[in-house]
Design a protein around this ligand. Structure first.
Ligand code: PHE
Length: 369
């Protein structure tokens, strides 16, 4: 699929009429809201840049494809984007597992990959062409541990994680490390596989362990069902998770009343008073019929801006020079605050805690690294 500009094949590189940027996203399937939000933020940024004259005297052309939230699709898409469409950089993905699928190929092809919102530390460890514009899970695990201890006043925690998602496995691990180091107790640790529908057996094990709160480091489709089934089993303690919970669908899946006493951490709140955040929220609402942007939309938007800034500074889209320019990103202002890429090509940014009240997401607090 092509957005803006012509769609002639065999273009790309310095000689092409447009600068082609590739994107792979979960536009349908299990985590459809991840790809959809991120894609909408990406498109908005590209349109704004093009309206302002493009980059290096050329318009930007987004070439994107849907991986349907399934494993195995993303690498096929990346091969097409890099080999056939000759994109100068590749944006994606939200879910760490799917970013990890593409990263070795982007690295090998020497085409920079920027993940907007994959938080598993392993993603950028694949190589020096792989970047992200969000915080990583050792930080997210620690802040959730502090939150459980400080705000929830929990002492005994149960952890219920998804064995099929590197994100979930990683976040469970980093949370556990921080929690135990802080003197907390893990009374139960059980697992599911993303896509499961019945979580009652594991939830019964958790119930019998009498935790003060339950940590569910998974994605919203599963987390929503887990919350609903926990309440059906009479589990009334708080449940909480990380950014994987973020989706409007969480409320439909879990049921508003079941979400009372649940919390998650994420990257962005549309109620932020930061002027650049507000400018983004206004532009996004105007572009998408009043829809309020979420964290994935904001990070998708910022992933483009960081790339564009590097193309400008590099004065070229040549892989090596563009890589070096992205790596040198420092204090770049975007919708999610300032992006500085560290030696591991990761960003360090504040997180926000969100809860659900009366069927609406509500900002609780901001936590700085
Ligand atoms: N951080 C999650 C992952 O790495 C993806 C995600 C990002 C989900 C932002 C929601 C919001 O898999």
């Amino acid at each position: 699929m092509l957005l803006a500009g012509c769609s002639g094949s065999g273009g790309g590189g310095e000689a092409a009429a447009t600068i082609r940027i590739g994107e792979f996203a979960s536009l349908t399937g299990k985590e459809a809201t991840f790809g959809t939000s991120s894609h909408e933020g990406t498109v908005l940024a590209i349109e704004e840049l093009n309206a302002a004259g493009g980059l290096l005297g050329k318009q930007l052309e987004l070439v994107y494809e849907d991986n349907r939230s399934t494993p195995g699709e993303s690498l096929t898409i990346a091969k097409k984007l890099i080999n056939n469409d000759k994109v100068v950089a590749i944006l994606g993905e939200v879910a760490s597992g799917r970013s990890l699928e593409v990263a070795p190929f982007a690295q090998q092809s020497r085409i920079p990959q920027i993940s907007p919102s994959s938080t598993n530390p392993d993603v950028t460890k694949i190589g020096d062409y792989i970047f992200r514009v969000c915080f990583i899970d050792p930080f997210q695990g620690k802040l959730l541990s502090n939150f459980a201890q400080g705000t929830l006043k929990a002492k005994k925690i149960a952890i219920f994680s998804d064995v099929a998602a590197p994100y979930s496995v990683g976040l469970a691990k980093y949370f556990r490390e921080a929690w135990v180091a802080g003197g907390g107790e893990v009374v139960s640790e059980v697992k599911y596989t993303g896509g499961d529908k019945d979580f009652k057996a594991q939830l019964t094990v958790i119930k019998n362990a009498k935790p003060d709160a339950i940590m569910v480091p998974g994605y919203y489709t599963d987390a929503g069902l887990i919350v609903a089934q926990a309440r059906q089993l009479g589990i009334s303690v708080p449940l909480f998770g990380g950014d994987g919970w973020e989706a409007p669908e969480l409320i439909q899946i879990a049921g508003a009343e079941n979400l009372v006493g649940t919390y998650y951490s994420t990257h962005f709140s549309p109620t932020s008073t930061d002027p650049l955040a507000q400018k983004f929220v206004t532009a996004y609402k105007a572009r998408y019929n009043g829809k309020v942007p979420d964290a994935m939309a904001a990070l998708g938007y910022d992933s483009v801006l960081v790339l564009a800034d590097a193309i400008k500074r590099a004065g070229t889209t040549d892989g090596q020079k563009l890589r070096d320019a992205i790596a040198a990103t420092k204090d770049f202002p975007g919708a999610t605050g300032l992006t500085t890429l560290d030696a591991n090509r990761d960003a360090s940014k504040p997180a926000v805690i969100i809860t659900v009240k009366d069927g609406k997401f509500e900002y609780v607090e901001t936590i700085t690294p």
